[in-house]
Design a protein around this ligand. Structure first.
Ligand code: PMP
Length: 444
């Protein structure tokens, strides 16, 4: 059987080469406005009009339980975030070339969640910008130009971050200065995940040296989301990080997906692995929808970087962003969202493992907190990934009012990332909808 490698933006996407069906005027306008760059989910895209908590409401009144979107992580349109944004927008909204108290208060709150050696924060508006900056700092500070990534990684949409995002490249190969390694999965390394991953990284270092780039950094999404969600055994990153450090390379933790408490146990995904990154990049849930991103980095690295170029970002770290970010941190703490993510995540994982007994196509269930991946394979055989079934399940769940996504090299991993405020009842709604969908798929 030949398996087609799927690209992250193509998974379960509306086929933009199609014409909008009669009567779908908004879809027609979108296709006219965005052209081939339209990325829309589902064979019949949904027009969304409102959202609250874990629910999104479509124009036709259908309520969807959101198990996909990891930006509104403290809950869609959380009233405290909305108020913080609107109060600050009505008071002062300007760039960072003035002293602004709300901003330094925010940065200090954020730094308190990070290792002490990461004593500077550079703010941006998107995860791509944050990673782009981290790559430039790594190149500058190590004098090397090579990067090691995982084989289905996604790190952004700028020129430099597209080069390190195999999941985004449709036709061309990775450039010479980028080497991809398999993700730290049992499928690749059996029970020796940490050792196997470290050996793969050591081989990548050798390749970069042969190509005369040398390793500037290993950059990993700490939960390997687009690779298919790999979280266990906790600690598996440490050996690989050591391999890179020994040869003068840096370790960049891309926390755009797992950061801000989603993994339940810790604020940051890397903390589960007992490693201390040289840089931490963050974004998505940082402002619960207000565009915010950043790089936490050593002040000595910032100083070295700024010898060559300055860094200024017109919108990054503006007072409204700072107010939104502060509200997010306060809500995570005061509403106990990390503990909730852990408890409800366990409920979902337990429920999925029970479902596996009746539906062996659920070949593997992985994850921690409210970041969960489920592999769908024919007859439960890991060698037979079933992206067709994954698409059918995704659409079946949508028909039952639940939104999920797909990931993995072959697009056969269901990716679950509900808001951290998810309740036990909402978790059960998902599990029941999945059971129903799987039953329907196994009949057809
Ligand atoms: N890193 C990771 C791990 C991501 O998943 C993404 C976005 N999907 C990015 C970086 C880029 O973030 P943005 O889309 O905000 O530029």
């Amino acid at each position: 059987m030949t398996l087609e490698i799927r690209k992250i933006l193509d998974m379960n996407a509306f086929d933009v080469s199609q014409k909008a069906p009669a009567g779908q005027t908004l879809l027609k306008r979108r296709l006219q406005n965005f052209g081939t760059a339209s990325v829309l989910f589902y064979r019949t895209p949904i027009e969304m009009v409102r959202a609250r908590g874990a629910w999104m409401i479509a124009k036709d009144g259908t309520r969807y339980l959101d198990f996909y979107n990891n930006v509104p992580s403290v809950g869609h349109c959380h009233p405290r975030v909305v108020k913080a944004i609107s109060d600050q927008a009505a008071t002062l909204n300007i760039h960072t070339r003035y002293l602004i108290q709300v901003l330094d208060t925010y940065i200090e709150s954020l730094k308190a969640t990070l290792p002490a050696h990461l004593d500077n924060l550079l703010l941006a508006c998107t995860g791509s910008e944050a990673n782009d900056l981290a790559l430039r700092i790594a190149t500058q500070c190590t004098g090397k130009s090579g990067f090691i990534v995982t084989e289905t990684a996604y790190h952004g949409n700028t020129l430099a971050t597209t080069d390190i995002s195999p999941a985004a490249l449709k036709r061309r190969a990775l450039p010479d200065h980028v080497v991809a390694v398999p993700p730290p999965s049992r499928a690749h390394f059996n029970d020796a995940v940490a050792e196997g991953f470290a050996t793969a990284v050591a081989d990548a270092v050798a390749t970069l040296n042969q190509r005369r780039h040398g390793p500037a950094a290993l950059i990993c999404d700490s939960i390997f989301s687009s690779d298919g969600v790999f979280s266990e055994p906790a600690g598996f990153l440490a050996d690989a990080v050591q391999v890179v450090r020994q040869v003068g390379g840096l370790y960049i933790a891309d926390e755009v997906q797992p950061g801000f408490g989603r993994t339940g146990e810790c604020m940051w995904g890397f903390q589960r692995h007992g490693v201390e990154p040289d840089m931490v990049t963050m974004g998505k849930p940082m402002g619960n929808g207000f565009p915010m991103a950043g790089v936490a980095v050593r002040s000595s690295h910032v100083a070295r970087f700024c010898e060559e170029v300055g860094y200024f970002n017109t919108f990054g770290g503006n007072p409204v962003a700072a107010a939104a970010g502060q509200a997010v941190l306060d809500i995570i703490r005061e509403e106990g969202l990390m503990a909730n993510a852990l408890v409800i995540g366990e409920q979902i994982i337990d429920g999925l493992r029970t479902l596996r007994k009746a539906f062996p196509t659920l070949a593997d269930v992985r994850g921690t907190g409210l970041f969960i991946g489920i592999d769908l394979c024919a007859n439960g055989d890991p060698a037979r990934p079933d992206p067709g079934l994954t698409t059918a399940v995704t659409n079946g769940l949508k028909d039952r009012g639940v939104l999920v996504g797909a990931a993995g090299k072959y697009g056969n991993t269901l990716k679950l990332r509900p808001p951290l405020c998810l309740t036990a009842e909402e978790a059960d709604i998902f599990l029941n909808a999945l059971e129903d969908t799987l039953a329907e798929c196994s009949r057809s």
